[in-house]
Design a protein around this ligand. Sequence first.
Ligand code: OS5
Length: 228
Amino acid sequence: MKIAILGAMVEEITPILARVQIQKEHEIGHNRYYEACYKNLELVIAYSKIGKVNAALSASVMFLHFGAQKLIFSGVAGGIAESLKVGDLVVADKLCQHDVDITAFGHPFGFIPETTLFYEADSGLNVLAINAAKSCNLRFQIGTIATGDQFIASPERKNWVAKQFNAIALEMEGAAVAAICAALGKPFCVLRAISDAADADANVSFDTFLEKSARESADLLFLMLEQM
Ligand code: OS5
């Protein structure tokens, strides 16, 4: 059973690579993929680069080239819910694309014909994540993550996403990975730790907390891997 571990930025996988045994490195489509072992688990690890297209490419390569059977995304996110503080963990129960707009044809925001508005994460993987978070008394929330090719640093846009999709956090890759997993019939989960509040100071908060929050998410990932 090979598990794909994906982040978007190098900072999101650095704390993961530090804790596994790397066996082989591959360069495919301008991305580096690490075949690695953790205890008795076979892993393929990569960072995709930022955004939906890059994330979709990496997820596809991990399944179709490396033969991964499930995927765990680990990284950081902008918080929407007031109660989410920097460093808190979010486990996505479903994900959507907040930047999709073909409403001119009568479709709801986020909807693409022949696909689905919300992609559901695997309940088995989520149970592992939630139990791990609970057992270590970590601050976490389960809810909808909204994805789009925009770094959100605006209360207006954040509030629009919150209202439109009932999302608790936002980022730039999760729903793209979810769409690939749905198309290929692969279970997945998305773990994120909050780096900023997607408000006017989001860029400063993001730069300050990227590494620390990426580590929080990676720590939850390893608690999950211990149970697999
Ligand atoms: O991957 C992107 C999405 N991530 C989650 C996230 C987020 N998404 C949307 N809105 C928010 N408020 C969010 N908060 C957290 C994080 C990441 C955001 S895009 C950050 C880009 C930062 C950057 N740009 N250039 N560099 C860094 C330098 C650089 C140089 C060479 C190679 C790579 C980067």
